[in-house]
Write a protein that binds this ligand. Structure first.
Ligand code: ADP
Length: 166
């Protein structure tokens, strides 16, 4: 029988507890969930695609049906290559809605056979984004309840390294 396969694409720069919450809630609904690190050509990310992938692997090691991959290019191409029927995305504020709606519609136009599933953020993670987490870390704020402990340590380390080099 065909595998019920979903992908969850994003920057994950770095992974937050908000991302993990979505994965924890969605993974049981599919045979397999592939978390896909998008490798963009811009250099705005703090961590390389490989570093982001490795953090995801560590954070998600207890999820038996979750895999991690890196992809450069159109998400629908990755979905088609692996035979996924579903793209999972998370929804926080209204700004997410605008962005996610246009992306879902574009993906539907390009690949009508693939469905986008939008999942509401849990209330406790509604305000958590990788960008906000980096901002807090940059000013030495606490990251408990926002990212896994090892991610917080890696983040502080990287930001210090960046400060030293600037
Ligand atoms: P961000 O940098 O904003 O965290 P990503 O590209 O890493 O964004 O996010 C990948 C997907 O996960 C997006 O659909 C995003 O809306 C969703 N997401 C990010 N953080 C959360 C959260 N706290 N709760 C629910 N969904 C989230």
């Amino acid at each position: 029988m065909k595998k019920n396969l979903a992908i969850y694409p994003g920057s994950f720069d770095p992974i937050t507890l908000g991302h993990i919450d979505i994965i924890q809630r969605l993974a049981p609904l599919y045979d397999e969930l592939i978390v896909v690190v998008s490798q963009s050509s811009s250099k705005t990310e703090l961590f390389s695609a490989d570093e982001r992938k490795n953090m995801l692997i560590e954070a998600l090691k207890n999820f038996k049906n979750v895999k991690v991959a890196i992809h450069q290019g159109l998400t629908i191409d990755f979905a088609r290559n692996v035979g996924a029927q579903v793209i999972v995305r998370g929804l926080r504020a209204v700004v997410d809605f605008e962005y996610e709606t246009s992306m879902a519609n574009m993906n539907r136009k390009l690949a009508p056979e693939i469905e986008t599933v939008l999942v509401f953020a849990s209330p406790e993670y509604y305000f958590v984004s990788s960008r906000a987490v980096k901002e807090v870390a940059m000013h030495g704020g606490p990251l408990e309840g926002l990212v896994p402990t090892f991610v917080a340590e890696t983040l502080y380390e990287r930001l210090q390294q960046k400060k030293r080099n600037s």
